[in-house]
Design a binder for this molecule. Structure first.
Ligand SMILES: Cc1cc2nc3c(=O)[nH]c(=O)nc-3n(C[C@H](O)[C@H](O)[C@H](O)COP(=O)(O)OP(=O)(O)OC[C@H]3O[C@@H](n4cnc5c(N)ncnc54)[C@H](O)[C@@H]3O)c2cc1C
Length: 372
């Protein structure tokens, strides 16, 4: 049976950033990916926003890794010419109730350590974005957008150059601790299986990360690792030249999402979304009947928007630990030695801001493995 030192399950942005960071210090790293290339699931179906870190419980993993991660990401992008833009972001309120809510977001952001936030009145907002109409708001200068595919391609290429082996079309199908190593059994598309040994395993399997934890013998209900799927749909503005919007524009966040926002993308397009709907099975079908709801939500702060401006775009699915009626749940970034699984690191519930946080998550994994 073949042996390796570290196995990473999943080649999304999280698994790739971990492979990139660890490959600078370790030899013998294998990445298993069930699809035929990297980044075909959550990491290619998101808003591509570099978040400032406004929304999360202070001191949570989400807050810490977002704030550290955005700094690392901006540094990496400018050093290696990965496409990004610090667009900055406006969070806007259209009525008194929303003003109270965005004030809370502003002060929460400050508590989390986000710098340079500034309240704006309706005149300030009009000056920055003449087509946006709002009563009140604030600006977040650290927010931006990134070409997530270029980022993933950078991690993949660098990790490969550093000796990481990528095994595509290879699904981790079984996992067992054998006292001194893990026995990992993988399945290929035609159903063939083979096994190898690994000293450490990092579970970065996105929407399947709870199932991979279960495969290792963890009771995912006892430890609250079971994921819920939450669909996020996008509509695109068919003729983006009709509008001249250069900032990210967000309404108030809700309990389960950041609200349907306007994202200017790096290609000059304008996307609206995502919305948030819990689903029992993963599917990427857009419900065109929801177009009216998108239109109504965004028209409140973009009055010149017309229903015909919207065309269906993509869909992403969030891996949420939080059930629909629950409040904030943090990322699980957990070394499982106390469950009898030394060298096994679980990354579960890595929803937004996981793209922003990917390098900070990789730093934590590196530290955990060093201590292990
Ligand atoms: C609608 C939406 C909008 C978002 N917007 C933002 C945003 O603007 N900014 C931000 O910072 N974050 C955002 N996020 C969050 C961000 O996209 C995710 O946190 C991040 O992409 C998660 O990456 P990942 O590598 O964990 O998951 P994935 O990209 O899904 O990668 C996991 C990989 O594991 C593979 N895999 C699964 N099971 C197995 C197995 N058994 N064997 C082998 N391989 C396996 C999968 O095929 C997949 O390629 C958004 C998410 C969604 C859904």
């Amino acid at each position: 049976m073949q042996e390796t030192k570290i196995t990473i399950i999943g080649a999304g942005v999280v698994g790739l950033s971990i492979a990139y960071v660890l490959s600078k210090f370790h030899q013998d790293i294998v990445v298993l990916e069930k699809n035929d290339s990297f980044g075909q699931e959550i990491s290619s179906r998101n808003s591509e926003v570099i978040h400032a870190g406004l929304y999360y419980l202070p001191d949570s993993f989400k807050a810490q890794t977002c704030i550290r991660g955005k700094y690392l990401l901006y540094e990496l992008c400018s050093k290696y010419n990965i496409l990004y833009k610090k667009t900055t972001k406006l969070v806007v309120a259209c009525n008194d109730e929303e003003i109270k809510k965005i004030e809370k977001i502003y002060y929460n952001g400050q508590k989390c350590g986000v710098k340079n936030l500034k309240f704006l009145d309706s005149g300030d907002i009009e000056e920055l974005e003449p087509q946006i109409s709002a009563k009140f708001g604030f600006i977040s200068p650290d927010s931006g957008i990134i070409d997530s595919h270029s980022l993933m391609n950078f991690f993949y290429t660098k990790a490969k150059d550093n000796g990481v082996t990528f095994s595509f079309c290879t699904e981790a199908a079984a996992l067992a601790w054998r006292g001194s190593h893990y026995k990992i059994t993988v399945k290929e598309p035609k159903g063939d299986t083979f096994s190898f040994q690994s000293q450490a395993v990092i579970n970065a399997a996105g929407l399947n990360s709870d199932k991979v934890a279960q495969m290792a013998g963890i009771d995912i209900d006892k430890y609250f690792y079971r994921l819920n799927y939450c669909k996020g749909q996008y509509f695109r503005i068919g003729n983006p030249k009709k509008f001249s919007i250069s900032h990210l524009v967000y309404p108030c966040a809700t309990q389960i999402s950041l609200g349907i926002h306007i994202t200017p993308d790096l290609g000059g397009g304008l996307r609206l979304g995502p919305d948030a709907k819990y689903i029992s099975e993963i599917n990427y079908q857009i419900d065109e009947a929801d177009q009216g709801c998108f239109y109504e939500s965004v028209k409140r702060f973009l009055p010149s928007l017309e229903a015909e401006d919207l065309v269906p775009d993509t869909v992403g699915v969030r891996p949420k630990l939080q059930k629909e009626d629950e409040i904030f749940k943090d990322f699980i970034i957990q070394h499982e030695s106390d469950k009898g699984l030394p060298g096994f690191v679980n990354l579960i519930g890595i929803e937004s801001p996981g793209l922003t946080a990917c390098l900070a998550i990789a730093e934590i994994v590196k530290k955990v493995l060093k201590n292990a």
